[in-house]
Design a binder for this molecule. Structure first.
Ligand SMILES: [Zn+2]
Length: 114
């Protein structure tokens, strides 16, 4: 079950989904689910590094563990600095580009904010 946000117009909790729209039965207000999820902010996942720092897009991190690059013999060495990370959804929640390796995804638990 997903929890729908309350109506931004009258705060009613009885909102329901109709396709991509959310509808409030009490005041008949209709709005876009995607836009509301974004502004409501309570859906935003906070991604933290190995020591509990909150990570943000554009942060610089270092890798705290040797990480094998899937599908290759390359290894991202511990201490590798990665600039300009981008947070993404999924098991590997950091999208980045590493010098000498290229674009790859990392797990936030194996990095540390610089
Ligand atoms: Zn309403």
């Amino acid at each position: 079950m997903s929890t729908l946000p309350p109506c931004p117009n009258c705060n009613s909790e009885y909102t329901y989904e109709d396709g991509l729209m959310l509808i409030c039965p009490e005041c008949a207000h209709e709005w876009s689910a995607a836009a509301s999820a974004h502004t409501a902010g309570d859906d935003d996942k906070v991604i933290k590094d190995a020591v509990g720092n909150t990570l943000q897009d554009g942060d610089t991190i270092t890798v705290i563990k040797d990480l094998k690059v899937k599908g290759s013999s390359l290894v991202v060495k511990v201490g590798t600095k990665v600039k300009g990370i981008r947070l993404v959804d999924g098991d590997h929640d950091i999208d980045c580009k590493i010098d000498g390796i290229g674009a790859m995804k990392l797990k936030s638990e194996f990095v540390r904010k610089v």
